[in-house]
Unconditional design. Structure first.
Length: 397
């Protein structure tokens, strides 16, 4: 009898997308659904990026270099220099989105059965990448009570075994929005140096920092060979469909190994690279308006959430997500009910259940992640729905 692989059975469903059938059913009933469940911004993709693709002039859509177009990588060097990150274009491999960068990094640096430590809650797809690479995610719990700050060094030390090979962080964080400080990164540097671990730093939201300055792991002195930075243009330029990311490291062995995986998939997307390269010609103040818009949305969402009886939401320092604690016993059941059985003024909202961002059983059951990727007007309407939904849901218990 045919069977599915053990890897396939272990692959987790996306907590961000698992409620999609209920959202689709609600829409078929004529209910408007506000999508706060997924990091798909409604900010327009910069016109120069789209124009560069539209006006591409070639007769053959060829493979690019497996590491990405040299012209694009050289322009990325200048982009990273402006962020205080000094690399050569040969330290960069262009990937099919940040997802491939993370997966290639895991497969290049870790063996099957190795362990990678990460603060939880964490980006849910880390679990899927770990399954694909045959490695194990080991969580270190952070708490909503202190805004999901980096856990103490002792908590990391307790998790280290002879199979521990790496630590992975997302800064600013998805799903919490927490912005790790330079001081916190220095703590991680000490752990990484002492135990000779890799430090994977997912910096997809670098431009969106509101309450502090972003400090890249690539700027940590003394562990240059340990750091593997992963990046993407998806969120930065509201270009999620371009599927262009990058893996950056000064570790030549890692670069050479990642390149072998890159060669096996031949090349990253050509049109995405064209768009990504065009984005690097945007004026330096491009992010000012975008950042201001996200700050308005953040402030609107956090204020509305904390004004709902029984809801608590810390104020995030970056990215465009919040984690909120709701007065419910099981947020997954509640999120499904909101889509399946509830509407207010013929509207409802879609959220991502918090437990999907934890690997420790039982954690996050009262939490949800919300992405403030809609305009402030729509966020207010979504919060009207949430406030009414919580009132109705708890009355029926």
């Amino acid at each position: 009898m045919l069977s599915i692989s053990a890897r396939g059975q272990q692959m987790p469903s996306s907590p961000i997308r698992k409620l999609v059938p209920y959202a689709e059913a609600a829409k078929k009933k004529g209910v408007k659904v506000y999508h706060l469940n997924i990091g798909q911004p409604d900010i327009e993709t910069p016109a120069p990026m789209l124009d560069a693709v539209r006006h591409s002039d070639f007769k053959i859509l060829e493979y690019s270099h497996s590491a990405g177009n040299e012209s694009y990588r050289k322009k990325l060097v200048e982009y990273y220099k402006r962020a205080g990150i000094y690399v050569d274009y040969t330290d960069i491999i262009v990937t099919t989105a940040g997802s491939e960068a993370i997966l290639f990094g895991m497969m290049s640096c870790l063996d099957v059965g190795d362990e990678v430590i990460t603060p939880e809650p964490f980006y849910a797809n880390y679990s899927g990448f770990a399954v694909a690479a045959g490695v194990k995610i080991v969580p270190v719990a952070s708490s909503i009570e202190n805004g999901f700050a980096l856990p103490p060094i002792s908590a990391f030390e307790e998790k280290i075994t002879d199979r521990t090979k790496a630590i992975i962080i997302c800064n600013p964080n998805n799903p919490t929005g927490y912005l790790y400080s330079r001081e916190e990164l220095e703590v991680l540097k000490d752990i990484v140096h002492r135990h000779q671990l890799y430090l994977f730093s997912d910096e997809a939201y670098r431009e969106f920092c509101y309450s502090g300055t972003h400090w890249s792991a690539m700027r940590l002195e003394g562990i240059e060979e340990n750091v593997v930075l992963t990046d993407t243009i998806s969120k930065r330029y509201s270009a999620c469909g371009a599927r262009i990311g990058a893996l950056i490291t000064k570790n030549r062995q890692v670069i050479d190994t990642v390149l072998k995986f890159a060669q096996a998939r031949l090349s990253p997307p050509t049109f995405g690279q064209i768009a990504g390269e065009a984005a690097l010609d945007l004026p330096p103040d491009y992010f000012d308006a975008t950042k201001a818009e996200y700050m308005l949305r953040r402030d609107t969402l956090v204020r509305r959430l904390n004004n709902i009886p029984g809801v608590y939401c810390p104020n995030p320092g970056g990215a465009f997500y919040v984690m909120a604690k709701l007065p419910v016993n099981d947020s997954e059941k509640f999120c499904q009910w909101v889509l399946e059985s509830f509407a207010y003024n013929n509207q409802t909202l879609m959220m991502a259940p918090g437990s999907g961002f934890y690997s420790t059983p039982g954690l996050g059951k009262q939490e949800v992640r919300l992405a403030y990727v809609l305009n402030a007007g729509d966020i207010n309407k979504a919060m009207d729905c949430l406030e009414k939904a919580l009132e109705t849901y708890n009355q029926r218990q």
